[in-house]
Design a protein around this ligand. Structure first.
Ligand code: NAX
Length: 326
């Protein structure tokens, strides 16, 4: 196996990009023995900013950084990449509805899907730019013969947020909280599943006796955490989103420890009754051959089924808005 990994990052001059690139270049993501070539992509107006970013990266003198490429042309930027982290997207403007954002950002991902097909023969792509599930669906549907399951969307930030909330409520270290699945869309309809989560190896519902909190404030806090951060910081989550993108790539790149799983939005294969082909967040484990599987057999009570149905309906609605791009 080659010990050089080429990683493309779109929107690299943005705020998530600035938190992401140094950590990848430092060797934190793939380890000290793997060299990294960074392919940074931006819109033409932001290429100068990328040149400044490249100077800073070089000035870190990271032993693992084997090269930096800068492009505003996706086809060139995706040439030969192993991982594409698709962060670049337009933010929601004043008075803009979610549906407007879906229509505005969709075309970016048709172009990037096509460019991935032409440029990269062995690629995995994760979409961070919102609405990330639907953007990932658009990219995948435009990527020709790149297998559908090479595309995913990031719900790892939601999982990390949920793990922190459960740990804080139980008064334990966050490492004690495992197997918190985010089901569905990276949006306010997502379902952070505490029923199948564990705290210190026990069921979370046995450790946290306040089930009203679990069914109420816990879920809404996780669903609305992004908005709470914007309100407090005046800007959207950036370092935590970059951190989650690293976790996402690590989760797919390295074997999942026994008995554990992680959340990511991947193409549904019909598991848990979710319509096949929707880009839906599920519990995921990697397999020995480097591919992944959706963890089967988790129980859903009526409460959970209702939540799953709601987030699935939202994703179908988003897909309807972009149907001309698929
Ligand atoms: P910024 O506005 O700081 O950066 C976005 C960058 O993307 C800009 O520099 C812009 O020039 C670039 N860009 C736009 N179109 C592009 C294209 N076609 N090709 C290449 N670059 C392009 O936003 P930032 O805070 O970094 O957030 C980026 C995206 O992440 C947004 O869509 C945001 O909503 C989304 N998020 C997703 C999260 C998740 O958990 N999935 C959480 C954090 C974040 O909200």
């Amino acid at each position: 196996m080659s010990n050089t990994v080429k990683v493309a990052i779109t929107g690299a001059a943005g705020q998530i990009g600035y938190s992401l690139v140094f950590r990848i270049a430092s060797g934190e993501l793939f380890g000290p023995d793997t060299k990294v070539v960074l392919s940074l992509l931006e819109i033409p107006q932001a290429v100068t900013a990328l040149e400044g970013l490249a100077m800073e990266l070089n000035d870190c003198a990271f032993p693992t950084l084997a090269g930096i490429e800068i492009n505003s042309d996706a086809e060139k930027g995706f040439d030969g990449v192993n991982w594409a982290i698709l962060v670049g997207a337009k933010p929601r403007g004043p008075g803009m509805e979610r549906n407007d954002l879906i229509s505005e950002n969709g075309p970016i991902f048709t172009g990037q899907g096509k460019a991935l097909q032409r440029g990269a023969s062995d690629v995995r792509a994760v979409v961070v730019g919102n609405p990330c599930n639907t953007n990932a669906l658009i990219a995948a549907k435009n990527a020709g013969d790149v297998p559908f399951n090479r595309f995913s969307a990031m719900t790892m930030l939601d999982e990390n947020r949920a793990r922190y909330q459960l740990a804080a409520k139980a008064g334990v270290a966050v490492t004690e909280v495992q197997n918190v699945t985010i089901w569905g869309n990276h949006s306010a309809t997502q379902y952070p599943d505490f029923f199948n989560a564990t705290i210190g190896g026990k069921k979370a519902t046995d450790v946290i006796s306040d089930h009203d909190w679990l069914k109420g404030d816990f879920i809404t806090t996780v669903q609305k955490r992004g908005a709470a951060i914007i309100k407090a910081r005046g800007k959207s989550s950036a370092a935590s989103a970059a951190n989650a993108a690293l976790d996402h790539v690590k989760n797919f790149h390295f074997p999942t420890p026994d008995g554990k799983w992680f959340s990511a939005a991947v193409p549904s294969d019909g598991s848990y009754g979710v319509e096949e082909g929707l880009m839906f967040s599920f519990p995921i484990r990697t397999k020995d051959d480097g591919s992944y599987e959706i963890v089967q057999g988790l129980d859903h009570n009526e409460f959970a089924k209702e939540k799953l149905a709601k987030t699935e309906a939202e994703l179908k609605g988003e897909r309807e808005i972009v149907k001309d791009l698929l």
